[in-house]
Design a protein around this ligand. Structure first.
Ligand SMILES: Nc1ncnc2c1ncn2[C@@H]1O[C@H](COP(=O)(O)OP(=O)(O)OP(=O)(O)O)[C@@H](O)[C@H]1O
Length: 683
């Protein structure tokens, strides 16, 4: 092999052996082309008098290749592994551009339609009422009326069957739009009452409403609760027996199907030809009234939960043209919404976005203590301070974390249990039931537990580690306080979690981008948490009236600005000095704390402060992350970032936050009166 022929010190280069098996100097060059250190070695080995002529000529040709490449002018992009990142980045950008192109085409189509309408040549648009045109986005309030033919029945069903008095934001609009056979995308916060928006119309429409929902357990819960109310709801899932399936198919074929709501998983739609042919028959008999797609953001790769089977749902509009679709989600940015419309072929859908602000949730980000014991103690103190004996969730990154945290909480005298994919289904059901019935107060769980939890009195959702995206965090934390009473959403922001999560999401399509945004949320200690989340989802309206319901607005902390220029320079110098033997985030802190004469500046800072500075340097791109694959794992190293040169001249100010008022005072004020719900604006 070439590296051996050249007697190069292999240990210095983390290059997969496969790539080093290059047959000629071009291959080797491609394999290690971006490693300046290697060229230095080749150059110095040329001076070796003991080398044979053949060896020397091979080294010479390598140097010639290097020369042609004009190494010095070319900025080293990254290492071989970095090329993978770059390639992925390019393909991401290509798909983004493709989507933008699609959107532009759509916009062009709209303009053409409007032009032909004004020329009186387009019958489609002429037949539409004004509020049915795509511009209806601008006047969604027109759906917020109760003078449709079906309005009296909507009211009576709401009160008599669902025992509800008023509509929550955007419920009435969604019901009216879908009853008018419009395609609808409804985005409301978790617990915003999305189910009502297709369940109630299903009862007022002729035929069957097909509901597509991602989880079998969720489907079972919904069907059970509808059947308890005497509503003809059925499900077709992997757990449905053949006899039962036969009955359902017979009913779909009948002239007057009894089923009002048929629940399916997206896999069923994409895999069962039999089902599709039955739905087709039902459609041709005018008995298919609408499709409701729950967690519709799973359609889009931009979303946090992309599911390939959801993408297949584009077939619905192609096969059943006149059947309206209503998609529902709690987490869709504008980008996801547009993508979803394109994929589902519902470009004219009415998009209804309820304000995401939930005034009863107190959002807080807290620096994670550096040992497991201290974290558990902090959680336990927080629970005992304001939520003793109340129900809550602690989300952890791994099953092991769940077990450790659970044991820790139990040792502090709290009632806790674990819930994760490692439990048998009986154990899961038992634990879930005990938690629902308040026999167990705290569930330490992975994010696998959550979708469809409809427990109203969850008083706190604590994230032991941050989530992978704002979308995930909003959905997970949103399980708190569904009853409208005050509840806490606390997130522990830890230095090592940043690196751990970065390695986990690195290979996911939009993983690194989404994590970056989550990091921004954790680090932005001067922007209202509610507003940050709202803006992320495109809610630019002024509906966020936080009034002290987050750590930033409640004035917990005081800001102290520090000049950290010298510290940044010293940290960057350490990173630069170790090139070729790169440092992980943890190693950098250890080196920085060892200090030495060359880094006296760094001794002024505590470990926690140094960690904050390193994260700040990553945020400002003075440092970058470099991902490397070893045989067993992915390792993340720190390297100088694209903006590291700015450190030479400019000054860097960083805000540190110190406690101003005791947390107890704030908590007392926010959570003492948990019995008074903070009511949603209703219609
Ligand atoms: N208008 C209303 N008034 C009072 N309660 C309501 C109203 N609409 C829905 N609810 C209640 O709110 C709770 C949550 O409703 P639902 O499960 O439909 O929310 P969701 O938006 O689907 O939540 P998730 O995003 O978690 O799936 C239910 O218990 C439901 O009965």
């Amino acid at each position: 092999m070439w590296h051996r022929a050249l007697k190069l010190p292999q240990r210095r280069f983390r290059v997969p052996a496969k790539m080093l098996q290059a047959q000629n100097h071009k291959g080797l060059y491609q394999a290690v082309g971006n490693m300046p250190q290697l060229w230095d070695d080749v150059r110095s080995s040329l001076d070796n008098p003991t080398a044979s002529r053949a060896e020397n000529s091979r080294r010479q040709s390598l140097l010639e290749v290097e020369h042609k490449r004009n190494w010095k002018k070319t900025k080293p992009i990254s290492r071989v592994h970095g090329l993978h990142v770059k390639q992925q980045d390019i393909s991401n950008r290509i798909s983004e551009k493709e989507r933008e192109l699609e959107q532009l085409k759509y916009a062009q189509k709209l303009v053409q339609l409007q032009i032909s309408e004004s020329n009186g040549r387009n019958p489609t648009l002429q037949n539409m009422t004004p509020w049915m045109t795509p511009q209806s986005q601008m006047c969604v309030d027109q759906w917020k009326v109760e003078n449709f033919n079906w309005s009296p029945q909507v009211r009576s069903k709401l009160e008599e069957l669902f025992h509800l008095k008023n509509f929550w934001p955007k419920q009435l609009e969604a019901i009216n739009a879908t009853m008018s056979n419009q395609d609808v995308l409804l985005i409301t916060s978790t617990g915003g009452g999305k189910s009502l928006c297709y369940q109630l119309p299903a009862l007022l429409s002729t035929g069957v409403t097909v509901v597509i929902s991602p989880l079998v357990s969720l489907i079972e819960d919904q069907v059970l609760s509808l059947r308890k109310r005497g509503i003809a709801a059925r499900m077709l899932t992997s757990r449905t027996s053949p006899d039962e399936a036969l009955c359902i198919y017979d009913d779909l074929q009948s002239n007057h199907p009894e089923i009002k709501l048929l629940y399916l998983t997206p896999e069923k739609i994409s895999k069962s030809k039999k089902l599709m042919s039955q739905l087709d028959k039902c459609y041709k008999a005018h008995n298919l009234s609408r499709f409701a797609i729950d967690e519709v953001h799973c359609v889009s790769q931009w979303g946090n939960d992309f599911r390939p089977d959801y993408k297949y749902l584009g077939i619905l509009k192609r096969q059943f043209r006149d059947v309206p679709i209503i998609g529902l989600t709690a987490t869709a940015t504008n980008k996801v919404t547009e993508d979803t419309k394109n994929i589902l072929n519902i470009s004219d859908a009415v998009v209804l976005r309820a304000p995401l602000f939930r005034s009863n949730l107190f959002y807080e980000v807290r620096a994670k203590p550096d040992t497991h014991q201290k974290v558990v103690k902090d959680i336990s103190d927080t629970v005992k301070l304001s939520f003793n004996g109340e129900s809550g969730l602690v989300y952890c990154l791994s099953r092991r974390n769940c077990t450790d945290v659970c044991k820790g909480l139990q040792s502090h005298g709290l009632s806790a249990a674990v819930y994760h994919a490692g439990l048998t289904s009986e154990e899961k059901t038992e634990t879930h039931q005990k938690w629902i019935n308040n026999e167990i107060k705290i569930l330490c769980s992975t994010v696998a537990f959550g979708m469809g939890i409809d427990k109203p009195d969850v008083r706190f959702v604590i994230h032991h580690s941050m989530s992978k995206s704002i979308e995930c965090y909003f959905q997970e934390s949103g399980r708190a306080g569904r009853d409208g009473h005050p509840a806490l959403c606390l997130l522990y922001f830890g230095y090592s979690d940043v690196f751990r999560l970065s390695s986990m999401v690195f290979t996911q399509t939009f993983g690194p981008e989404n994590l970056e945004k989550m990091l921004e949320y954790c680090q932005s200690s001067n922007a209202c948490r509610h507003r940050f989340i709202g803006r992320h989802f495109g809610d630019e309206s002024d509906t966020c009236k936080c009034t002290g319901m987050c750590d930033v607005c409640s004035g917990f902390r005081a800001k102290i600005s520090h000049d950290i220029t010298e510290a940044c320079r010293a940290l960057l110098a350490i990173v630069k000095a170790s090139r070729g033997n790169d440092l992980t985030g943890r190693q950098l802190i250890i080196k920085a704390r060892q200090g030495g004469t060359e880094n006296p500046e760094l001794k002024r800072y505590t470990k926690e402060k140094l960690q904050s500075i390193v994260l700040y340097m990553l945020q400002k791109q003075y440092l970058s992350k470099l991902y490397c694959f070893t045989s067993y794992d992915k390792v993340l190293y720190l390297v100088p970032g694209p903006k590291s040169h700015d450190l030479k001249a400019g000054k860097v100010q960083m805000d540190f936050y110190v406690a101003k008022r005791p947390r107890e005072t704030i908590y007392k004020k926010r959570f003492c009166n948990k019995l008074t719900p903070i009511v949603k604006t209703s219609t």
